[in-house]
Design a protein around this ligand. Structure first.
Ligand code: FAD
Ligand code: MLT
Ligand code: ZN
Length: 467
């Protein structure tokens, strides 16, 4: 790093915006899981778009790589610098302004560092809904949500982040600012440039603000935890849920017993609402504005019982009960982290293939490691499984040694069935090479061409997403 870069950053952004002490850097150079740890020469924290543009331009002029970072909750290592200590982490955490909520356009424009939950709350205060919903919503940021094309538990109804973004403001690798903050629902003026930056994981530029779609508020929620005879039933029941729920169907999530056991063991206060163990559970939610949600949920559950697609159900009778049912689902990641080593697979399949995938791949993995624990859960309504693998505490070394073979077996079953090895978490460094190996040559050429066109010096989050 040229000696004067840090001085130039300090003199333009202010002393407090540039951190270099190891104790100050620690939280920025390791990820939430603890699996990814790197080092950085500095963490730079500009307070506005102009500051981000200055920081990027100075780093580019000095030939120094930039690693954008939001809430640092990503699960693929995308926000962690490499271990050379040569790069600068560019934290967006001080870009925290809600710039505008427009009730006529039905949009909200926020800066990249605004925490997702704050956007949800701003929408609620205006009587509207911002529907993106993640277990990490108290810490992840809008910039990170855009950069990872985040998914979560309401995709079934509202789509992924890509579907919720109308416009973006982006600092390009050369330090120029692209003002694409348009609230337009229709705009056919050539390539849809904003889509390039959504899901790009900071490899093409730094998102500094976004204009997002708002939706009608859904203050009434009807929520049930059901037991399922099989994964096949979780898939087969979907048309019936749509028939009854129509536009109200918001969440359909799968949880297996191993996943529930983790939460019951590690989440304080968690309890099994059924008392008797079942292999598969589904969490169902209808959301709307009236009693209709309760009536339709009841009708859907009755029809599903009659067709033997669900075996038992607990319906939340109060907001507190609803919260405790959701805690059983949203507590899985945290509980798995507390429980010890695990291998995460965030995969998606054509929905009709889910059941055969689970039936086929489980035995193959257990053949590779007999004591393996299959922690299977996820957004079944979207065809997205978190097909995670764990082991008893005394076998963590065996799990680590077998990790490569286990992951190859999972990915190859996903690929054979026409799925994708990354549904919503992105590639980062975790899946960068595997994703490239499953793409065609044409797709790899296109990805590389886009990267080279926008970031010719390769300084924007290098080593992430594209090999
Ligand atoms: P970071 O972790 O800081 O960064 C993620 C990536 O985006 C990195 O590549 C980084 O370089 C880039 N980036 C960050 N900010 C910017 C910016 N302003 N401009 C350009 N690039 C940027 N994800 C889901 O999709 N669905 C879930 O259900 C879900 N549940 C989760 C539950 C838990 C408990 C946890 C810990 C994570 C979960 N995640 C989930 C993953 C994570 O929260 C999301 O990927 C989130 O979108 C990351 O946001 P962040 O601000 O923390 O980004
Ligand atoms: C979730 O849906 O809970 C997260 O995306 C999964 C994870 O932490 O693996
Ligand atoms: Zn998820």
């Amino acid at each position: 790093m040229p000696a004067n870069l840090l001085d130039r950053l300090r003199s333009t952004l202010g002393d407090g915006a540039v951190l270099t002490e190891p104790a100050d850097l620690a939280a920025y150079v390791a990820d939430w899981t603890g699996r990814f740890v790197g080092s950085a020469r500095a963490v730079v924290r500009p307070a506005d778009t102009a500051g981000v543009a200055t920081a990027v331009r100075l780093c580019t002029e000095a030939g120094v790589a930039v690693v954008p970072q939001g809430g640092n909750t990503g699960l693929a290592g995308g926000a962690t610098p490499d271990d050379t200590g040569a790069s600068v982490v560019l934290s967006l955490e001080r870009l925290r302004r809600v710039r505008e909520l427009d009730p006529v356009a039905d949009t909200i424009t926020v800066e990249a560092g605004v925490v997702l939950q704050a956007v949800q709350e701003a929408a609620t205060s205006a009587g509207r809904l911002f529907p993106l919903s993640l277990g990490s919503e108290g810490s992840c940021t809008i910039g990170g949500n855009v950069a990872t094309n985040a998914g979560g538990t309401a995709v079934l109804r509202y789509g992924m982040m890509r579907d919720l973004v109308l416009g973006l403001e982006v600092v390009l690798p050369d330090g120029r600012v692209w003002d694409g903050l348009r609230p337009l629902r229709k705009d056919n003026t050539g390539y849809d440039l904003k889509q390039l930056f959504i899901g790009a994981e900071g490899t093409l530029g730094v998102v500094t603000a976004a204009t997002l779609r708002l939706f009608p508020a859904t203050p009434r929620r009807a929520t049930a935890l059901v037991t399922l005879p099989s994964v096949d039933a979780a898939v087969s029941v979907l048309p019936l849920l749509r028939e009854h729920g129509g536009g109200l169907l918001t969440a359909w999530e799968l949880i297996n017993r191993q996943a529930l056991d983790l939460v019951l063991t590690h989440l304080p206060g968690a309890r099994d609402p059924f008392g008797v163990a079942h292999q598969w559970y589904g969490l169902l939610e209808f959301a709307g504005t009236s009693d209709e949600v309760d009536i339709e949920l009841e009708a859907a559950l009755t029809a599903a019982f009659e067709q033997e697609l669900i075996a038992d159900a607990v319906v939340a009778g109060s907001p507190a009960q609803r919260a405790s049912l959701w805690a059983l689902r949203e507590g899985i990641s945290e509980s798995q982290k507390v429980a010890g080593a695990s291998i995460k697979h965030d995969v998606t399949l054509p929905i009709a293939e889910l059941s055969d995938f689970v039936a086929e791949v489980g035995p193959r993995l257990v053949a590779l490691m007999p004591d393996l624990r299959l922690v299977t859960y996820g957004h079944v309504g979207d065809g997205n499984l978190h097909y995670n693998l764990a082991a008893p505490a005394d076998q963590e070394a065996t799990l680590r040694a077998a990790a490569g073979d286990l992951t190859r077996a999972v990915y190859s079953a996903v690929a054979t069935r026409g799925g994708s090895i990354s549904a919503e978490h992105g590639l980062g460094t975790l899946k960068r090479d595997a994703a490239a190996s499953y793409r065609s040559d044409v797709e790899n050429d296109l990805m590389r061409a886009v990267k080279n066109a926008l970031d010719p010096h390769g300084l924007m989050n290098p080593g992430k997403l594209v090999p």
